[in-house]
Design a protein around this ligand. Structure first.
Ligand code: ADP
Length: 366
């Protein structure tokens, strides 16, 4: 038996070929299940969650490329290692297409048994390293979550007592210093509270572990505007959007856009009311959203750095924790999306968010 007893889904509609491959795999100690069509592959992948799918490119009901794309769109099985297998007559362009459609590797028949096993083992080693990294990240997140959570309680107590002190000294004659000290305690605990809240938000990004649903982006914009009412009114911001699509994704994506629009208002130029434009288009199978502002802009040397945790380009004159864009990046990483900025100091910034286009109806039932 293979040390980790990995389950392989062996997909081929040509029975003798499938049979021979299964035999080689079992001899090498893998557990194997088989499928002869695309629909069967999607069903078995959802039910058994195999470590690797050996996927014949030519299936009777759909192409291996389509199967691969659908698997990649379903969060629960999206990380499955997929190796395409095709006849030697297949052209280079097909191989490129297969890999670009999301396969992890491409093998061409006839495949020597030892090459097949060595290739599988190489992919499984990479997968084990990835799993270890994911586990260590999860532990770190749990730690951050615990710390942030446990800090909340003493922080609340501190704030409450400082306010009580302030209240009881109201009618006393106390020096301005005492008053200023209490104000400082209240302000500092307020800042710490907002920091702890953001840390909690960062630590609890669920990524693709939650159920995706249809998000009407125009409705999402209206909710975001309602949440940001105070900032919008205070700054006289204008937030407009072009027609926006309904996308299939995770409710967490709303945090991304709320952070971007909140920042577009916060980092405005003095005396210039923020004008913010949200647009959406499509490119290469992705949704591409943009959030453009007319604010202070970001110098080129900082345009990568701002997406890292705790990176701020400002002092206390503009409140913030340097966590908002790190949350946005973490959410998008988990959804196989990207975020970047184009900006010129003094002229405003445009943040671009890309997300794979996922169709609700094509997701396999898992
Ligand atoms: P925060 O706003 O809490 O500081 P973020 O992670 O949201 O943290 O942003 C990181 C930094 O990126 C900000 O401190 C700011 O310097 C810069 N930044 C973000 N959005 C914009 C924007 N729209 N215009 C100019 N600078 C921005």
């Amino acid at each position: 038996m293979h040390p980790r007893n990995y389950l392989i889904l062996n997909v081929d509609d040509y029975t003798p070929g499938r049979y021979a491959r299964t035999k080689v795999l079992r001899q090498a100690g893998f557990s194997v299940i088989e499928a002869a069509s695309g629909a069967e592959t999607l069903r078995l992948a959802g039910e058994h969650k195999p470590a690797v799918i050996l996927l014949d490119v030519n299936l009777p009901d759909m192409s291996g490329f389509q199967v691969c794309r659908q698997i990649r769109q379903h969060p629960e099985i999206a990380a499955t290692t997929i190796l395409h297998i095709s006849a030697s007559s297949i052209q280079v362009a097909h191989q490129v297409h297969g890999l670009e459609a999301g396969a992890d590797g491409y093998l061409v028949e006839p495949i020597d048994g030892s090459v097949l096993i060595a290739t599988l083992n190489a992919h499984l080693r990479a997968r084990e390293a990835e799993d270890a990294l994911r586990r260590s990240n999860e532990e770190l997140e749990a730690f951050a979550h615990r710390v942030a959570h446990d800090l909340n309680e003493p922080l609340r107590t501190m704030t409450a007592y400082a306010q009580l002190l302030d209240h009881s000294l109201r009618d006393e004659v106390v020096s301005g210093d005492v008053k200023a000290s209490i104000d400082n305690i209240v302000a500092a605990s307020g800042r710490m509270r907002s920091f702890v809240d953001s840390m909690l938000q960062y630590a609890t990004v669920r990524g693709n572990r939650s159920e995706p649903a249809v998000i009407d982006c125009e409705e999402m914009m209206r909710r975001i505007l309602a949440n940001l009412t105070a900032a919008i009114e205070e700054s006289h911001a204008q937030v407009r959007w072009d027609p926006l699509p309904s996308i299939y994704g995770d409710a967490e994506l709303e945090r991304v856009f709320q952070n971007l629009i909140g920042n577009a208002i916060k980092y405005r130029r003095e005396g210039v009311p923020p004008e913010i434009q949200v647009s959406a288009g499509q490119a290469d199978g992705n949704w591409v959203f943009s959030v453009r502002d007319n604010g202070i802009g970001i110098a080129p040397e900082y345009q990568d750095r701002i997406f890292r945790l705790f990176q701020r380009l400002h002092g206390r004159e503009i409140p913030g924790n340097g966590i908002g864009l790190a949350i946005a990046k973490k959410v998008l990483d988990a959804h196989r999306g990207t975020i970047r900025v184009e900006s010129r100091p003094g002229e405003g910034s445009t943040f671009f968010v890309t997300l794979p286009r996922v169709e609700a109806r094509t997701a396999p039932a898992v």
